[in-house]
Design a protein around this ligand. Structure first.
Ligand SMILES: *Cc1c(COP(=O)(O)O)cnc(C)c1O
Length: 239
């Protein structure tokens, strides 16, 4: 095990297993696995391991914290990939994102959308964004309320430097397959907004499903699963 070739074999194995489960869930749902993007959630994961994951075919990574994303980026620059901000975003951090984040998945207020608009307009760039929905309507949790989502999406579509690509959610913690109800509600909201309410052909991402529930999310229509623990192991919050 001291040989370099084998040091990251565990990671290759985890990636293979997650992709296998994505494929099986897609087949069970009568969908093509190619409709589902695997995003590796790299919060607390070292830049060396993230670099290995990119070498092993991971193409999208997600970070919760802007500073952590910026710290790892120089090390990963040579490897083609896309970086997503998936954690709660404070307006005073938006200024660090132009040219650094490829997508912001956690837009949950008009105030934050307007801030992104002004920062990206000044940089002469456009931000790809998802609207985060608090589908369980849990108190104290980030995300737009389901009933406010259409209005927020419409507002974003009116901003010249934002490009609305879809919706994201973190559902309530549930027993068994109880989470499927929330994923199903999200899918309904996604289809409603995309096809009926706003008729926006750009909207094609429904980001839902994490290590514990991504198979259920795929059964209910997810197009992007955000997987951390099942790829990289248990997180240690000391970096
Ligand atoms: C941490 C995190 C994930 C990944 O969670 P795992 O259970 O480790 O797969 C996905 N999405 C968001 C927004 C996260 O913060």
């Amino acid at each position: 095990m001291t040989e370099n070739c084998c040091e990251y074999e565990w990671l290759r194995q985890n990636i293979r297993e997650v992709r296998q489960k994505i494929q099986e869930a897609a087949e069970k749902a009568g969908r093509s696995p190619s409709e589902i993007t695997l995003l590796g959630v790299t919060k607390t994961v070292s830049q060396e391991i993230v670099a290995q994951a990119l070498d092993m075919g991971i193409t999208e990574i997600g970070e919760n914290k802007v500073q952590e994303m910026l710290a790892k980026q120089p090390y990963l620059q040579a490897k083609p990939h896309r970086t997503h901000i998936i954690g709660h975003l404070q307006t005073n951090k938006v200024k660090y994102l132009p040219g650094k984040a490829d997508m912001i998945q956690s837009v949950d207020s008009i105030r934050l959308a307007d801030k992104i608009e002004s920062v990206y307009a000044a940089a002469g760039l456009t931000a790809e964004v998802l609207v985060e929905v608090n589908i369980g309507e849990e108190a104290g949790k980030t995300g737009a309320a389901p009933q406010d989502t259409e209005l927020l999406c419409a507002h974003i579509m009116g901003l010249a430097h934002l490009r609305l690509k879809g919706l994201m959610t973190i559902p309530p913690v549930c027993q068994g397959d109880g989470v499927r109800n929330y994923f199903a509600k999200m899918y309904q909201l996604f289809v409603d907004i995309k096809t009926k309410k706003l008729d926006n052909k750009d909207i094609d991402i429904l980001s839902m499903g994490m290590s514990g529930d991504f198979e259920y999310a795929i059964l209910e229509g997810s197009t992007m699963v955000r997987v951390g623990t099942s790829l990289f192991g248990k997180r240690h919050y000391d970096i």
